[in-house]
Ligand binder design. Structure first.
Ligand code: SF4
Ligand code: SF4
Length: 296
């Protein structure tokens, strides 16, 4: 199940003919992802808690290195000092994940060769150099190139970026709903238009600000951990007096917990309004060629 949530740590390079063309981990200077290094697996994986943790850790790491210390000594201290209570026990939270820039816009590996003048220190890590260097999570295979480009274009925040791009159900379901409405796969270049970009941003921001979000620690998106194994969360539509929602996968991705049928109705209305808004903006300026295909 770790595979489905954050991707597994299996070397995927060189396997199969279809290598992904765009690596999502460090797309630009504005954000990056650290999900498969255990970023969101701390019992308290709220943004403020992660910022505090990564900030302190990064500082300690560079102090240790500046003093001529070994990264292993840094790790021992971090493992001793930090609270490593986890959401899911079977997913490792790597102590070498920190911030890569002063502005704290990019999370990443403090042992990466890009950080040490080409020297790769990842051999001392839990997964080892080969797995760390070769791993690409399932989002690379399952998201289309257009979907990847849109995510990179609209999300400029490491916390939200990593959460959304690793939630394949969320991304694929949303873009499928949009495609069904606008009659084509959404074009990344249209994200230059403020109205469209803001609408997509608003949708993905619900990953952290959804008003019907469950606060259960063991829950992330559609998965929860009951102390012994992963389960897929349920929404009891019968109890709510409603039929299964057409937005069911989105509700699960937003970690929803509805207390009444009225709350469910509100959730549906919010999503529908977002889809309608996007469709309106998109079709307003749809290129003529799409509306009337050239017969020749
Ligand atoms: S994009 Fe995937 S492989 Fe890259 S850091 Fe995030 S979870 Fe890991
Ligand atoms: S060593 Fe680096 S790449 Fe490997 S899991 Fe830890 S932070 Fe991630």
């Amino acid at each position: 199940m770790t595979l489905a949530i954050f991707g597994n740590r299996v070397n995927t390079l060189g396997q199969g003919p279809l290598l992904p063309t765009m690596v999502l981990c460090q797309p630009d200077a504005a954000k990056s992802c650290g999900a498969c290094c255990g970023l969101y697996n701390y019992a308290d994986s709220s943004r403020p808690a992660l910022v505090r943790r990564l900030r302190k850790r990064t500082k300690r790491f560079w102090e240790t290195m500046a003093a001529g210390g070994r990264p292993e000594a840094f790790a021992e201290r971090i493992l001793r000092e930090e609270d490593f209570s986890k959401r899911y026990e079977v997913i490792y939270c790597c102590e070498y994940l920190g911030f890569l820039d002063r502005e704290e816009k990019r999370v990443g590996c403090l042992l990466h060769p890009a950080v040490h003048g080409g020297e790769d220190l990842r051999g001392i890590s839990f997964y080892g150099r080969e797995l760390c260097a070769g791993h690409l999570c399932p989002s690379h295979q399952h998201l289309t190139e257009k979907q990847k480009r849109i995510l990179i274009r609209v999300l400029d925040d490491w916390y939200l970026y990593g959460l959304c791009l690793t939630d394949i159900d969320l991304v694929k379901t949303y873009f499928q709903l949009l495609s069904d409405r606008v009659g084509e796969e959404v074009r990344p270049e249209r994200m230059e238009e403020e109205g469209l970009r803001a609408t997509v941003q608003a949708f993905f921001s619900w990953k952290v600000s959804w008003p019907f979000r469950s606060e259960e620690t063991g829950r992330l998106g559609k998965y929860f951990f009951d102390g012994s194994e992963y389960m897929i969360a349920r929404i009891d539509y019968e109890r709510l007096g409603r039929r299964t929602s057409p937005f069911h996968p989105l509700f699960l991705s937003f970690t929803s917990e509805f207390r009444s049928g009225e709350e469910l109705d509100q959730g549906e209305a919010m999503i529908r309004a977002n889809l309608d808004r996007f469709t309106r903006f998109y079709l307003e300026k749809k290129p003529l060629a799409l509306e009337r295909p050239c017969p020749y």
